[in-house]
Design a protein around this ligand. Structure first.
Ligand code: GLU
Length: 419
């Protein structure tokens, strides 16, 4: 049976097929000559399942979609603080190839514009003979298979790199870039020329959606904190001077590239990637932006969409005979987060358990957030202080043991579980 998800992706391509505005990136000859009719869309879940439609195996250069990954690599290599000293996190509101420097600190405004991306590249790869080696290796691990530099694109861009060279020389003069400017730009351009498909990109984006773990190979490529930071910067700066429009209309962290690709990340759910080489006035794929807008709307991806409130943690309260006598049993469920555990705490506060023996049945609980753990532990401690005995049914032992207010673990009462 063909998956309806594939049919849906096909329908995205069909519905946007009439969009032919914009033109291919003219300042890089090899990109200017790209076939503008190419179009593809791919989606990868955090479980690693990829769905793709259109020219999904067509390779094109990653261009600026490499920037979030290179920035993440710089953070992993040097630590966040050291990187923040070199590159800011403020949207510039200017085009990607402007020399947007902070007037006070002299740092590039953010890592998603070329000035910041050249510095980020140089922080990972100083051009010491490895070329795009380190980045190529990183991108290959993110895509789940070996990638290659499109040498024709790299050569074409190197031959017309005056503007990026100009930025690098100015950065070098301002002591914002330590690596020799030509070396830094050569490495950065090779990073941008890595050839990918929308499938590869969907997996790379899904790694960010999955907190830094590549969903197919299970490899932790970036730390959780790094990933969250990078996604935040993508949200505010990823779409160049169209970032505000993007955030309101599409509403997911994203990055575009001048070869016509756009990646988007919905944290905890999916990575998406689209391709269509004609660019709008901001340098973003014109049809790609519309594909993303539709995906966001149809799949409910907008980050600011109020999500369904967490289900109450308290499934039911019942009285039961246990080996230790009559007990009040609280059956909990789902993820214990603050908003879901509130109903349990309220029930306990408003109508304290009538029996001395209290049982919490945690067998239906999935995940426990630290704040819920603290609140639950405090609630349990108060019950114990008021003379109740507590038992916890926890077959998988995935939940923490509570302690009473004197720090004694309550699983002393284990064995008093419901009969
Ligand atoms: N390599 C391109 C440049 O530096 C990347 C720009 C982009 O994709 O937006 O001009």
């Amino acid at each position: 049976m063909r998956s309806p998800i594939l049919d849906y992706l096909d329908s995205i391509l069909t519905a946007t097929s009439g969009i032919s505005s914009g033109e291919t990136a003219q300042y890089i000859p090899e990109l200017a000559a790209a076939d503008p009719s190419r179009a593809a869309v791919a989606l990868c879940t955090v479980n690693g399942t990829v769905y793709a439609s259109g020219d999904a195996d067509h390779g094109f250069s990653i261009q600026s979609m490499s920037k979030p990954f290179a920035y993440a690599a710089a953070i992993e290599a040097h630590g966040l603080e050291a990187v923040l000293e070199r590159i800011g996190v403020e949207p510039s509101g200017e085009a990607f190839n402007e020399l947007s420097l902070d007037p006070v600190t002299g740092r590039p405004r953010n890592p998603m514009i070329n000035a910041g991306a050249i510095v980020a590249h140089a922080l990972v790869d100083d051009g010491g003979g490895e070329g795009a080696g380190r980045m190529l290796d990183l991108f290959s691990r993110l895509a789940g298979h070996p990638l290659e530099v499109d040498e024709a694109v790299a050569a074409s861009e190197l031959a017309t790199a005056d503007r990026n060279l100009g930025l690098a020389y100015l950065l070098h003069a301002a002591q914002a870039l330590e690596v020799e400017p030509r070396r830094a730009v050569t490495g950065y351009i090779r990073q941008c020329a890595v050839a990918v498909t929308v499938r590869d990109l969907a997996l790379m984006a899904a790694t960010l959606a999955n907190g830094g773990v590549q969903p197919e190979t299970g490899e932790r490529v970036f730390g959780r904190g790094t990933t969250r930071h990078v996604l935040s910067v993508m949200t505010s700066c990823g779409m160049y001077d169209a970032a505000g429009d993007w955030l309101t209309s599409v509403g997911i962290p994203a990055k575009s590239g001048v070869a016509g690709g756009i990646i988007g990340v919905l944290p905890g759910q999916v990575g998406v990637a689209v391709l269509s080489p004609r660019l709008d006035a901001h340098g973003n794929s014109a049809r790609g932006v519309e594909m993303m807008r539709r995906l966001s709307e149809d799949l409910g991806l907008h980050l600011m969409e109020a999500s369904r409130p967490a289900r109450s943690s308290l499934r039911e309260v019942r009285t039961e005979q246990t080996r230790a006598g009559t007990a009040t049993v609280y059956v909990l469920q789902g993820d214990l987060v603050l908003s879901s555990i509130e109903s349990l705490v309220r029930a306990l506060v408003e109508s304290p358990p009538p029996t001395a023996q209290v049982v919490f049945d945690m067998s239906r609980v999935d995940e426990v957030l630290p704040v819920a753990r603290r609140t639950a532990a405090e609630t349990a401690a108060r019950l114990i202080d008021e003379g109740h005995r507590i038992a916890i049914i926890d077959p998988e032992s995935t939940v923490p043991r509570f302690q009473d207010s004197r720090g004694r673990p309550v699983d002393r009462w284990e064995g008093l579980t419901a009969s």
